[in-house]
Ligand binder design. Structure first.
Ligand code: AMP
Length: 113
């Protein structure tokens, strides 16, 4: 599985504005924010896409999802936030290391673009 730049962020080989870290995951500010608050939560384990995850990763996936909710709430916009996971190139995924986008601080349209 090819390393992505998110592995380099985990390994501190390239800089990022890290807002949370534990043994299993890392959260950092998106370099090209699409909302006043735009944070990415990633597992330290390299899983390319949610559709590549398997049953062994159930606890890890639960962990990053719970952390995304906690981090979102703590960063200034209370309960008003959106979590997004793009899966595959046609769905807008550009970095092939699973990540949850936390977006907050503006109104969001539905359906999403
Ligand atoms: P996606 O399009 O869902 O794969 O999201 C990838 C996200 O990674 C985009 O929102 C990018 O702006 C963000 N991104 C790319 N490079 C970096 C970086 N070096 N630091 C922080 N965020 C990045």
């Amino acid at each position: 599985m090819a390393e992505t730049l998110f592995t380099k962020i985990i390994n501190r080989e390239i800089p990022a504005d890290i807002v949370y870290e534990d043994d299993l995951c890392l959260a950092f500010k998106d370099i090209n924010p699409q909302a006043p608050l735009h944070i990415l939560v990633i597992p330290k384990k390299h899983i390319e896409r949610i559709s590549d995850a398997d049953k062994d990763e159930q606890d890890l996936l639960g962990h990053i999802f719970l952390k995304a909710g906690e981090i979102a709430k703590k960063n200034g916009y209370g309960d008003a936030f959106r979590l997004v996971v793009n899966n595959g190139e046609d769905a807008g995924q550009t970095v092939f290391h699973l990540h949850i986008h936390i977006l907050a601080g503006r109104n969001f349209a539905w359906p999403p673009g």
